[in-house]
Design a protein around this ligand. Structure first.
Ligand SMILES: C[C@](O)(CO)[C@H](O)COP(=O)(O)OP(=O)(O)OC[C@H]1O[C@@H](n2ccc(N)nc2=O)[C@H](O)[C@@H]1O
Ligand SMILES: Nc1ncnc2c1ncn2[C@@H]1O[C@H](COP(=O)(O)OP(=O)(O)OP(=O)(O)O)[C@@H](O)[C@H]1O
Length: 290
């Protein structure tokens, strides 16, 4: 049997997401605070002697061809570094798909980190993040993990300290949301911009209350209008007692920050009453092992 590498691909949430303006290349200039949570896909990379890339996944929403971001990551490395061997990429999908949690991006990032080892490429983590940006805006952050301010179209990463430990409740409505559609429908003259500097300060001070008062996401203005059920989930989560409630990324997943474990069960049970996909996990905030 050939070499095998196992890699974890954690989801992210956006504690804060601001859009500054639309750029000439069609992307939007963003400023966001991203952090990793303890909800992760598992990626298994098996060396193939044949010169090909295969994707194996039991999840019917995960493409098994070149549309898969993990496939694109492998292809990019293989071509750029003239690797003659192939790889079988097996994805155990835990992160809900098309959810605003960067599942596909994190699979791509984990594939980059894993193949760097499997194929002995010797690339630095910064180089992997740079390559990741060619696959998608969220991939660079996912290469590092941890907690960071992301700017540019999301690929410029400045690491900051981790927020104080807390719980994260996630509820994913059954709808899927297209990130491109959300950005396209954003009306920047009608949004309320979050205070990113105040969020950074609160994280720096380990001030959980300050973090809760400063969560904000301008993309909510679009997705909540398109899908009123997202707002319904937000209101329910607030009612059940989460300390802060926000939509992650372009949605539709809503997360709640919860300081005390004693409150978790009640919020979880309340949401399970009308939402199939509910998760209670820890906020990780620390960097991936490279
Ligand atoms: C919503 C977030 O997930 C927040 O973390 C990201 O901003 C989106 O990251 P992503 O899914 O990796 O996005 P990409 O795959 O790079 O882009 C998908 C589409 O979203 C739009 N897009 C994305 C990022 C950005 N800064 N401006 C954009 O306008 C573009 O139309 C692009 O074609
Ligand atoms: N490895 C993958 N896992 C899940 N979906 C993938 C993967 N590769 C490609 N996709 C495609 O990407 C689409 C978006 O999936 P993904 O789970 O990455 O969205 P997301 O969480 O909204 O991402 P982001 O937060 O970065 O915008 C899916 O509908 C699917 O067709």
């Amino acid at each position: 049997m050939g070499n095998r590498i196992l890699v974890k691909a954690p989801a992210k949430i956006n504690l804060s997401l601001d859009v500054l303006h639309k750029r000439d290349d069609g992307f939007h200039e963003v400023k966001m605070i991203m952090t990793t949570i303890d909800l992760a896909d598992r990626i298994e990379l098996d060396e193939l002697q044949d010169d090909k890339i295969t994707i194996v996944s039991q999840n019917r929403f995960v493409p098994d061809d070149d549309r898969n971001l993990a496939y694109q990551a492998a292809k990019l490395l293989k071509e750029r570094f003239a690797v003659k061997k192939g790889v079988s990429i097996s994805i155990s999908k835990i992160i809900p798909v098309a959810a605003g949690l960067a599942g596909g991006s994190s699979d791509a990032a984990a594939t980059l980190r894993g193949l760097n080892k499997l194929w002995n490429l010797g690339l630095s983590i910064d180089k992997l993040a740079e390559i990741g940006a060619e696959i998608g805006s969220d991939v660079s952050f996912c290469v590092y993990g941890g907690t960071a301010i992301a700017t540019g179209r999301g690929e410029k990463i400045e690491h900051i300290s981790s927020p104080p430990p807390c719980w994260v409740i996630l509820a994913k409505p059954t709808i899927g949301v297209s990130t491109a559609d959300v950005y396209r429908n954003l009306k920047l003259d009608q949004v309320e911009h979050p205070n990113i500097d105040a969020m950074v300060q609160a994280i720096h001070n380990h001030d959980f209350k300050g973090i809760c008062t400063n969560v904000g996401n301008v993309l909510e203005s679009v997705t909540l209008k398109m899908h009123p059920e997202v707002n319904h989930i937000k209101m329910q989560m607030q009612r059940f007692g989460a300390d802060a409630v926000l939509m992650s990324g372009s949605g539709p997943t809503v997360y709640g920050l919860v300081q005390y474990q004693s409150r978790l069960q009640r919020i979880y049970n309340g949401l399970r009453g009308f939402c199939d996909q509910v998760y209670a996990v820890r906020l990780l905030g620390n960097r991936n092992e490279s």
